[in-house]
Design a protein around this ligand. Structure first.
Ligand SMILES: C[S@@+](CC[C@H](N)C(=O)[O-])C[C@H]1O[C@@H](n2cnc3c(N)ncnc32)[C@H](O)[C@@H]1O
Length: 266
């Protein structure tokens, strides 16, 4: 039988697949965690896709949002939650504040244990240019435990609130919704352990895999758009190469020293 992916590229301990995650993921067996940044809910998607002249400006004045060229999550959310049966650790999915409820409903109807919605605060998010209401300054991610017994996390009593710039200097800008790699790195430190296998079925420009390479996690990424897939391969290659070059110097970072900074991975 033919492979359900169009292309597979292995870089270090990261595997990247070009294809539809709903077809590819079931053939890949089990993983430790899902850490995904799926398309937004329809309402936000439409607003961003039909952005007005000023809505596509970043806080630093550079152009941010290209038109979103992928479909909203709504129709496939249930099938994505079903993928949770393939992992026995955390199932983490980014969403808009409006998306928390539908994600929680789907997760609560599945075997997973819904934990809560966490928040990513964006200090550099753009203001509401038309001045007709408050600007949006954060995004959420829902987390659920798919394993047996008690859930496991590494951050003690820490709150599920993360603060990270949307547009740091090293943002590539090659993907309209690129996540900051430092944010994904912090999530990997808090939710996973070195050597764990983490899957991102909506890999985009590969930020989760970049963060995984930098923190000693193994990763699987699936992306359906060939342009974003190539960008992801380039970024992951750069991260894996840097890790190989830095070697022992990177160890404090892999172990979770928040104050240890490494080279930029844009
Ligand atoms: C929100 S973006 C992820 C951005 C990513 N976190 C980054 O930092 O670049 C969602 C991505 O999922 C991809 N996508 C949408 N539906 C998909 C599917 N069924 N299978 C695989 N990829 C899909 C889109 O092409 C898009 O690149």
């Amino acid at each position: 039988m033919a492979d359900p992916w169009v292309r597979k590229v292995v870089i270090g301990s990261c595997e990247l697949y070009l294809g539809d995650c709903l077809e590819v993921m079931p053939s890949l067996g089990s993983v430790d965690h899902f850490m995904m940044d799926p398309p937004y809910e329809e309402i936000t998607h439409t607003a961003k896709s039909k952005g007005g002249a000023r809505r596509d400006m970043r806080a630093d004045g550079r152009k941010e949002l290209q038109e979103l060229d992928f479909a909203p999550i709504d129709e496939i959310r249930g099938r994505v939650v079903e993928l949770g049966t393939q992992c026995d650790g955390w199932f983490i999915a980014f969403c808009t504040p409006e998306g928390v409820r539908p994600w929680a409903d789907e997760i609560n109807a599945s075997p997973m244990k819904y934990k809560r919605a966490c928040t990513w605060i964006k200090p550099d998010s753009p203001p509401q240019f038309n001045g007709q209401g408050p600007a949006s300054g954060f995004e959420n991610f829902v987390c659920a435990w798919a394993g047996k017994g008690h859930s496991r996390w590494n951050a003690g009593g820490k709150r599920g609130v993360y603060t990270e710039m949307v547009s740091p200097k090293d943002r590539t800008g090659g993907h309209p919704t690129e996540k900051p790699w430092r944010l994904m790195r912090e999530l990997l430190f808090d939710f996973t352990r070195p050597g764990d296998l983490v899957a991102d079925p909506f890999a985009g420009s590969g930020t989760t895999l970049v963060a995984a390479a930098l923190t000693g996690r193994r990763a699987i990424g699936i992306e359906q758009n060939p342009e974003y897939f190539s960008l992801a391969c380039r970024r992951v290659r750069k991260a894996v190469l840097s890790v190989q070059q830095l070697g022992a110097d990177l160890l404090p970072c892999v172990q979770g020293d928040m104050f240890q900074e490494v080279e930029a991975y844009g």
